[in-house]
Ligand binder design. Structure first.
Ligand code: URA
Length: 213
């Protein structure tokens, strides 16, 4: 948990911080950006799943019998907020290969900065799953709040939000609307600029992932 925000965990790990520096750097090309994002997302998922319950099962090693832990409890569902959320999916699925995946399409109205939904497809059994919403940039937080509103409408009670960068405005918005949803991020940045971009940030995450600059 971080500073004034009881809902926020910033992953303070040298590997995460190193890779984040190169994600931020303007000269990082699309190929490197995607690879770095995939690597960092694995580390963020590692942190976001730290409290998954386990149960002991009986196994035989080549040497002896033993009881050893495996993940128990709810199955997992990743929900990507399109389109930039997809940049975090590959890494997340590399370490959660059995997770189901939902997609929520939201774009930000450039005038109001409010989210507008254009796509919604999630697994039918999502209410029984632990949900991890992925979106690289928690800026105003309006998209994350709207996406989580919709996910809760589907009966989900166990939700986390995973993002690469967070602005205080977005974390506060989440705290106000979804205080039960923990946020895991690689950095809490300074503020939003007049265009709704995170400062210092990394620019438009979708453009940098998909090379649409
Ligand atoms: N979305 C982005 O891609 N970048 C920002 O800085 C804010 C929102």
């Amino acid at each position: 948990m971080q500073g004034d925000f009881p809902n926020l965990t910033v992953v303070q790990h040298p590997l995460v911080q190193h890779k984040l520096t190169w994600l931020r750097a303007e000269e990082t090309n699309t190929d490197s950006f995607r690879n770095l994002l995939r690597e960092v997302s694995q580390m963020l998922v590692y942190e976001a799943t730290r409290d998954l319950p386990t149960e002991d099962i009986a196994i035989r090693t080549p040497v002896t019998e033993m009881k050893s832990p495996v993940i128990s409890g709810k199955k997992l569902c990743l929900v990507s907020i399109l389109r930039a959320g997809n940049g975090l999916l590959d890494g997340a699925l590399a370490i959660l290969p059995l997770a189901r995946v939902g997609h929520i399409g939201l774009y930000r109205d450039p005038e109001t900065l409010e989210p507008v939904e254009y796509y919604f497809k999630v697994p039918s059994d999502m209410a029984e799953r632990q949900v991890i919403v992925v979106d690289p940039m928690l800026a105003t937080g309006n998209s994350a709040v709207a996406a989580i509103d919709r996910i809760k409408e589907h009966g989900c009670s166990s939700i986390k939000l995973l993002c690469l960068l967070a602005a205080p405005e977005g974390v506060q918005n989440m705290l106000q609307h979804h205080p039960d949803v923990p946020i895991v991020t690689a950095a809490l940045d300074s503020h939003l600029n007049e265009h709704g971009y995170i400062v210092p940030g990394l620019g438009d995450a979708g453009d940098r992932i998909f090379g649409t600059l």
